[in-house]
Design a protein around this ligand. Structure first.
Ligand SMILES: Nc1ncnc2c1ncn2[C@@H]1O[C@H](COP(=O)(O)OP(=O)(O)OP(=O)(O)O)[C@@H](O)[C@H]1O
Ligand SMILES: O=C(O)C1=C[C@@H](O)[C@@H](O)[C@H](O)C1
Ligand SMILES: [Mg+2]
Length: 203
């Protein structure tokens, strides 16, 4: 009967599409994406990491050795493959990925896109430490990020959903993405394996 296939009470409404996170370097695509995936009980995939694994070296090395154009080609190919082959997941893209028209088309047809929007000061603060951002080493980070904001924000604005990634902790940003997804799809999303229920079963 239909009951046998019904979701157990604590199962989520299944997310119909992969969530693709877009935004500038430091927007929190990786940090928020990892938490969002955990919250939704979905696998988390980081396109930058996948590109590095496929190339066998870091993004900085790809930029140095093969140039940005080659990196962009690899990025386009890997994102198309991930969205075509992987079941529903949370995908953090590299900051430049959504600028590619072909990638935007693939994202539009396979996924729901979420722009994590952050202002210049926030981005500067968050990118001050970590590397893997060869673009920020080409000059003054403030000037570079401001230029990228001017260039990219009108395109990021094409995303299905926009969530502000501000000074609040990434967990809260992830929760606001969940709420926006619920509104977008008109469904209720609950964790696949609620921590409390899981612990309870083990007692
Ligand atoms: N509220 C927040 N939301 C997102 N990230 C935050 C927040 N607070 C602090 N961070 C930190 O900011 C840093 C940059 O975030 P993250 O690496 O996720 O950016 P990104 O969008 O993946 O950038 P890139 O495009 O370069 O990969 C991380 O160290 C992250 O932990
Ligand atoms: O904004 C960008 O163009 C980039 C962002 C990073 O995620 C990496 O994909 C790479 O450093 C390029
Ligand atoms: Mg990242």
């Amino acid at each position: 009967m239909s009951h046998r296939h019904a979701h157990p009470p604590h199962a989520p409404a299944p997310l119909p599409r992969t969530v693709v996170l877009v935004g500038l370097m430091g927007a929190g695509k990786s940090a928020v994406g990892r938490r969002l995936a955990a919250r939704l009980g979905l696998p988390f995939v980081d396109a930058d990491t996948e590109i590095e694994a496929a190339a066998g070296c870091s993004i900085e090395e790809i930029f140095q050795r093969d140039g940005e154009t080659a990196f962009r080609q690899g990025e386009r190919r890997i994102i198309a493959r991930l969205l075509g082959e992987r079941p529903v997941h949370v995908l953090a893209t590299g900051g430049g990925a959504f600028m590619d028209a072909e990638t935007r088309l693939v994202v539009r047809s396979h996924a729901v896109s979420v722009w994590l929007r952050a202002d210049l000061e926030m981005l500067l603060h968050r990118t001050a430490r970590r590397s893997n951002r060869p673009l920020l080493k080409q000059g003054d980070p403030r000037e570079i990020l401001q230029r990228l904001i001017d260039l990219r924000y009108p395109v990021y604005a094409e995303a299905d959903i926009i969530v502000d990634s501000d000074e609040r902790p990434p967990e809260q940003t992830a929760e606001r993405v969940v709420a926006a997804l619920e509104t977008h799809f008109g469904i209720a999303l609950t964790p696949r394996v609620p921590a409390a229920a899981h612990a309870g079963e083990r007692l």
